[in-house]
Write a protein of this length. Structure first.
Length: 426
């Protein structure tokens, strides 16, 4: 098999193509390992040329282009090796070249797998401009591939319109990476997660339940309503006729005290009320927030399927779902969770199950309850008295304070009987 190039020249070509293969394969491998958050941060770096940003804006771009380049380099390296070994038969030369490159590929992949993530990230950052240069060098071959990839992406987005919606797991993964890399600080990650969950929340999940709603009988005198405002420190109070199921309006504190200042105490309470805004229990809070903004409202009455009052939801309830608890200067701050030591806690009955799971690192999720009180109600099937004990998932719940309608405080500790059963089972 004749050739116009000398053995030394073929050897040089083999070495160059082989090195290019190793470089492009490293770029592809590290592109698979690096986080999308890091790539997006690089894409905004002014040090990258405009063309290089296309490489890092989406990990698939970098992986596909590096993969195409390494295949070109590998084919050229293999062909050059065959020509280098062309002193014997073509079958022998091709077989030997194939064996050599199979060994090189396997050993190289093993080496790449041993590289620490931080070093791999640093190497990748320096390899991107290098890959960009060779992308333009092989532009006639690779540009059509880029167009094909872009068309496939567009078709995928058209066929799967919901694909842009990230799952909760993916969002949490991005948040974890962002916190690890210092992009997110403090409670920013938790706030982002709250925003993602926000779109799925319903009014019944955030409302103040009926039994906790402070309302005023519209038939009573204005002086009593003024006293209720002073004692409760609320800025708005719903009024009702005969029962709380017939809420007829929402009264603002400033309207009441304006009447008091004018000594207009004989005015019927109903004349000061503003029309109530009713929403269903299944109303999405994201939609409700937009309605609050467009209608310039602060409060809505949540009604159940029978038209009765289920609770009250305010714009503050919705905002707190995103940014966390907001305490004003009038609120008495009561600890929701008190650590008593030795794995024992005193918690509010209104503590959400998600917070309880995070506190105890145990799954208590259920379809029929959202709070610790709901968990106890559902487990017992009745309203408990103070001192009632409930065992669930290896924990003992002791009702510390309750009345005929609700649970106020609960003591939680490990269930010794459950622990003993676990030890005996082992």
């Amino acid at each position: 098999m004749g050739s116009s190039l000398s053995q030394g020249e073929w050897l040089a070509i083999v070495i160059v193509c082989g090195l290019l293969y190793l470089v492009f394969d490293a770029a592809r491998y590290f592109a698979q390992q690096v986080s999308q958050v890091t790539l997006r941060r690089w894409s905004a770096d002014p040090q990258f040329e405009r063309g290089s940003r296309w490489f890092v804006y989406d990990a698939r771009n970098l992986q596909l282009m590096s993969g195409a380049l390494l295949q070109v380099a590998l084919v050229l390296a293999f062909a050059s090796t065959v020509m280098l070994l062309s002193g014997r038969s073509l079958v022998w030369s091709a077989g030997t070249a194939a064996l050599i490159w199979v060994v090189i590929v396997v050993v190289w992949k093993f080496i790449l797998a041993m590289v620490p993530d931080d070093i791999g990230e640093m190497v990748l950052r320096h390899l991107i401009p290098f890959s960009h240069f060779f992308y333009y060098l092989f532009w006639p071959l690779l540009f059509p591939l880029r167009r094909i990839f872009e068309r496939l992406d567009r078709q995928e987005q058209e066929e799967e319109p919901d694909s842009a919606q990230l799952s909760e797991e993916k969002v949490q993964a991005f948040i974890d990476v962002g916190e690890e890399e210092g992009i997110l600080e403090g409670g920013e990650g938790k706030m982002i997660h709250s925003v993602v969950e926000f779109s799925d929340r319903m009014a019944r999940e955030l409302m103040t339940p009926r039994i906790d709603v402070l309302a005023f009988d519209a038939r009573r005198p204005l002086s009593e309503l003024a006293r209720m405002f002073v004692e409760s420190k609320y800025s708005r109070i719903p009024i009702f006729q005969e029962s709380i199921d017939t809420i007829t309006g929402i009264i603002h504190m400033k309207d009441v005290f304006e009447a008091v200042m004018k000594n207009d105490m004989d005015k019927p309470v109903s004349t000061l009320a503003r029309p109530p805004y009713f929403v269903s229990e299944t109303k999405k809070v994201s939609e409700l927030l937009r309605e609050f903004q467009s209608e310039h409202m602060q409060v809505a009455v949540v009604v159940d399927e029978f038209g009765g009052t289920a609770g009250i939801i305010t714009i503050e309830d919705i905002i707190e779902e995103i940014v966390g608890e907001i305490s004003d200067e009038h609120e008495e701050v009561e600890a929701t969770v008190v650590d008593l030591g030795n794995g024992e806690f005193l918690v509010s009955g209104q503590l959400r199950v998600e917070a309880l799971e995070e506190l105890l690192e145990t799954d208590f999720s259920g379809d029929d309850y959202e709070t610790v009180a709901g968990l106890i109600f559902t487990t017992l099937g009745r309203v408990p008295k103070a001192g009632t004990i409930v065992s669930k998932n290896g924990y003992r719940f002791v009702v510390e304070r309750a009345d005929r309608r609700r649970i106020y405080r609960v003591r939680i500790s490990r269930d010794p009987e459950w622990q003993q059963e676990q030890e005996e089972a082992q």
